[in-house]
Design a binder for this molecule. Structure first.
Ligand SMILES: NC(=O)c1ccc[n+]([C@@H]2O[C@H](COP(=O)([O-])OP(=O)(O)OC[C@H]3O[C@@H](n4cnc5c(N)ncnc54)[C@H](O)[C@@H]3O)[C@@H](O)[C@H]2O)c1
Length: 387
């Protein structure tokens, strides 16, 4: 069965930002990260109080300042720097600020790195999730939205991919996400008053239209779009396209890129819908449209107004030809549908990158200096990415 736990669908209702039934206090783990920061802004715009936590393992305090700068709609934000694996610190944060629900983003997400240091991945992704759930149990919090991933599907037999496609994780990162989903299903089985939704994202990309928030990973980007953006701004020499001999129209891998603002909205709607169905349910967040690496590069070139250097290199082991979501369950259960296309993702990602060539290190409003640290591109593919 798709979605694992049933419950009434919400039909076509709900897209957009309706008046919120009640202001909630929401713990957002990984709040300084790419998706967490955009979701914090989305939740504030809906009037919620957000308690963000992060240890800046893959982000920086600058993101917290930008989130605060974008507060609107009556919402508010407070931030606690902590490592989610530190259960005492998390419990203290929840004692200090009781929350109604949790959105759990904090994780490590580089597929290639997960093969190199699997124990770190199990520790950060699985062990921290166990600690979070235990702490929630101890504080009477039983509503959770969990960041899962399309990488759970591995090399899917057919596209578009529905939630009832078999899980075939092919690397430690994907296995950590699959394990967390199973843990959450078991918790819901044991505690029937728990409400959990695991959102399996396809390829989040883009940036906030303000140009204040975007993807600013530490070191070499693991995802293809921020990598292209750093090529465009002169921080990296060229994009390596990993294989052009896939069985796709132009030979490069096809992925379902989804605007981060759409993803953030999906979290707000998933949070609102948690009360509708007890138990654990699984929902894809994707657009249902595939874009090849070449098409993405062309779209970014159009956005920034110049051709971008790229070189085809060998395929990477474990990469698959095509991953595209069937997003119909999200529409049925959450009333959610992606509304931004790849051109808008490239426009917004470029707007962020050109205003902040060095990311959040450029300060509150973004400066115009540029660096040229053309690191060699690592073989750390981002979650679900192919290039
Ligand atoms: N971006 C993608 O392509 C993608 C696709 C599918 C799923 N996801 C999942 O979505 C979530 C968010 O991804 P993102 O792209 O925003 O990544 P990100 O790296 O930008 O954000 C993750 C945040 O978690 C923080 N963090 C890591 N370990 C922590 C710890 N021990 N304690 C506290 N904070 C910690 C990092 O500092 C970072 O700010 C992750 O769970 C990821 O696996 C991402």
């Amino acid at each position: 069965m798709r979605g694992e736990a049933g419950g009434p669908g919400r039909g076509e209702a709900g897209q957009g930002r309706p008046a919120h039934p009640r202001r909630e206090t929401v713990l957002v783990t990984g709040a300084a990260g790419f998706i967490g920061s955009h979701t914090a802004v989305e939740l504030m715009a809906a009037g919620h109080h957000v308690v963000g936590v992060d240890n800046f393992a893959n982000s920086s305090p600058g993101a917290v300042d930008r989130i605060r700068a974008l507060a609107a709609g009556g919402g508010s934000f407070e931030f606690v720097e902590l490592d989610l694996r530190d259960r005492a610190a998390l419990a203290a944060a929840l004692r200090h600020c009781p929350v109604d629900a949790v959105i759990h983003f904090a994780a490590k997400k580089a597929v290639g790195e997960s093969v190199e240091i699997p124990l770190d991945y199990y520790d950060t992704n699985v062990n921290a999730t166990l600690g979070l759930v235990e702490t929630m149990l101890g504080h009477g919090v039983n509503r959770l939205v969990f960041s899962s991933s399309c990488s759970i599907y591995g090399d899917a037999a057919s596209v578009p991919i529905r939630e009832d496609a078999p899980a075939r994780p092919t690397n430690p990162y994907a296995r950590t996400k699959w394990m967390c989903e199973q843990i959450l299903a078991d918790v819901c089985h044991r505690y029937p008053d728990w409400h959990v939704t695991s959102l399996r994202y396809f390829n989040p990309a883009g940036a906030h239209p303000s140009g204040l928030l975007g993807e600013d990973p530490r070191g070499v980007p693991n995802n293809v779009l921020p990598y292209i953006a750093q090529v465009a701004v002169g921080r990296r020499a060229e994009l390596s396209v990993f294989g052009d001999d896939y069985p796709t129209p132009d030979g490069t891998g096809i992925r379902d890129y989804i605007h981060v603002v759409d993803i953030a909205e999906g979290h707000r709607l998933a949070l609102d819908a948690l009360g509708e169905a007890p138990g654990h349910r699984v929902i894809n967040l994707g657009t249902g449209r595939g874009t090849s690496v070449r098409e993405l590069l062309d779209a970014f070139a159009a956005a920034c107004g110049r051709e971008l250097p790229a070189r085809v290199v060998a395929r990477r082991p474990g990469d698959v030809a095509e991953l595209v979501a069937d997003p119909s369950l999200a529409r049925e259960l959450l009333g959610w549908k992606a509304t931004h296309d790849v051109a808008e993702m490239c426009r917004d990602a470029w707007n962020f990158q050109r205003r902040n060539p060095n990311g959040y290190a450029d300060g509150p409003a973004g400066a115009t200096t540029s660096t040229n640290d053309n690191d060699n591109q690592r073989d750390d593919r981002g979650d679900g990415d192919d290039r």
